[in-house]
Design a protein around this ligand. Structure first.
Ligand code: SAM
Length: 284
């Protein structure tokens, strides 16, 4: 549940019907990275994602929903909690929702959420620990899928290395299916990563098409593991590859020269099998 504190003043309720309203314009701006960076917020679409954000303790700056008789009880309850924490409520019409989302059939609930970035892990010793390093990931769908997969595999967090796509874009957050709120994200330049890597007292497994080690033969269980993934187009640059203890390969059949980045990350994470819950019950 949310552990945010009660704000000194409750958020306000505004009814907005004009698409030219400045507040609506600034929310629409959150489709662009420069506005997300400036405001330190991002936009999520749909009741589930806004509720996930709140439940995981992320600050909901603004809750936006379609006003009407059909407003559901859970939204009214969420709105009351968001207000207690100082977030504003915008009751809008379909035209305003369409103008924000640029969709004919928009979600009826949107949220403006405050971004959260984490610090790089220090003095990690638990052998169950898994962090993922992503080198210059470009595709928001890939990044969102990796965040979702990392969450499902119980990974501890993701380090975004170099110029990457924004994890807080609408496309990326949508692809996370709510996992964006449950996976710590750290960002570093390539140089910062190489310096930090020296303090990592576990195994660094780079995944590489020229990898000399079959990914099934590595002992992942005895140490914390940092899994390093290369860029979609260029693979992993030499300086990152040299920082790895092992370069591992998933051997493949077929005509393609590589797996999709998100698929390769998932294959490694589930091969490691760290922190996976036991299966309860039996198939009948
Ligand atoms: N053209 C790129 C190259 O030469 O590396 C292809 C990159 S691939 C789409 C993106 C990343 O996924 C790779 O850098 C690597 O980290 C991982 N990857 C994809 N297929 C892999 C495989 N069969 N074995 C190990 N890693 C793989």
């Amino acid at each position: 549940m949310s552990d945010l504190k009660t704000a000194t003043r409750p958020g306000r309720i505004h009814e907005i019907t004009a698409v030219s309203n400045p507040r609506v314009k600034s929310i629409r701006g959150l489709f662009q990275k420069k506005h997300r960076d400036l405001s330190g917020t991002f936009l999520v679409e749909g009741q589930k994602l806004v509720m996930d954000a709140f439940e995981h303790g992320w600050q909901v700056d603004t809750l936006i929903y379609a006003k009407g008789d059909e407003v559901r009880k859970p939204i009214e309850e969420l709105a009351a909690k968001v207000r207690v924490q100082g977030g504003d409520i915008l009751e809008v019409n379909g035209k305003v929702l369409t103008s924000i989302t640029r969709k004919d059939n928009p979600q009826t609930v949107l949220g403006v959420i405050k971004q959260q970035w984490s610090q790089a892990p220090k003095n990690v010793s638990d052998p169950k620990t898994v962090w993922i390093g992503l080198d210059r990931v470009r595709d928001p769908g890939n990044l969102g899928t990796i965040i979702r997969t990392a969450d499902s595999a119980g990974a501890d967090g993701i380090i975004l290395i170099g110029e990457t796509t924004d994890p807080f874009s609408v496309e990326a957050t949508r692809a996370t299916m709510g996992s964006i709120f449950n996976v710590p994200l750290v960002r570093m330049t390539n140089g910062e990563f190489l310096a930090w890597r020296k303090s990592w007292n576990g195994l660094v497994v780079g995944t590489h098409l020229k990898g000399a080690v079959d990914f099934r033969t590595i002992d992942y269980a005895s140490h914390p593991v940092l899994l390093l993934m290369g860029n979609e187009q260029q693979g992993m640059p030499d300086d990152l590859a040299e920082a790895c203890d092992k370069l591992a390969l998933i051997p493949m059949h077929g005509a393609a020269d590589s797996l999709n980045l998100a698929i390769a990350t998932g294959v490694f994470l589930f091969q490691m099998g760290k922190r996976l819950p036991a299966v309860e019950g039996e198939l009948k």
